[in-house]
Design a protein around this ligand. Sequence first.
Ligand SMILES: [Zn+2]
Length: 332
Amino acid sequence: MGNTCYMNCVLQVKAFPSYYLCVILGYLQCLCNLPSFPVYFLNNAIVPRLNRSNPLGTGGQNCLIKFAPRFSGCEQHDAQEFLSFLLDGLHEDLNHPISCDRDSSDVSQGYSVAEDAQLAELSWSKHKARNNSIVVDFFQGQFRSTLQCQACRHCSSSFTPFMFLSLPVSFTRRTTLDDCLKEFTQREIVSGSNKWYCPKCEAHRDAWKQLVLWRLPPVLIVHLKRFKVDCNGNVSGKNEANVLFPLENLDLSLFSGDSMHSIKYSLSGVSMHRGTLVNGHYTSFCKSTVDGSWRYYDDTKVRTVTDAEIQTGDAYVLYYSAFTENLHRVAK
Ligand SMILES: [Zn+2]
């Protein structure tokens, strides 16, 4: 993809264990093959957008070196955490906040559920004022979380931004992405020590809680939560269920709040994990934005594959894009 020194810098960290090199290569392939996104990294187009004075960023230099100690050594980490770290770093380097107001107070006070659309807009504009980067524009969306008191039926909504749709995967041989989404957006009961403080009853009450998708990003990153983490944060197992996912026309309107436009997503990449966490290997499938064919990347080996080969039980992170080949966002 041309001059990609900014992204390639991650490959120059010699201290990285080889485990991370295949992780990084897999993710970079998927990011580099997304429609529209790589345009920003061609011919140093990114340079004028760098915010070198952001104390949370790296000044546009060696984006991973500053934080590399977290990922050095032999300790295994969840690779999705690594992708999150990669995009967070990129975001901070490209962030030009409009407001430095770090106030994250709940803006839901005074809004009724009927005014969800207004509340969502207000929350989003507050978030965007502090987080103004192409990473937010491309990858971030908004969840709506609703709590309803079981005693008086009072309802309250709040909106939170997300970059990953991290979905639970049930322990079965075969499941579908729709099943994962159903479980994710299922209404659950909060009770016991998690009781909700109902502002109407002015008391802690059992409540129903439900999460739905409200605002969808142009590029949706779906993380299949295959790794089981115990209470100490250690990974204790991997779920190898074959999750069936669509290559075209992923429609999330069933799992969304009322206001969402119907967006149809096409798959543009898959990061795969094979084996156990201790003894695993990362590869990827990426769809070429040039000729629309699928390619399989395994370290330095690349080969063309058929659509039928994309569906695999190794799928770990899915990249869905709402862009079509003809619709390229123009760099502002
Ligand atoms: Zn109540």
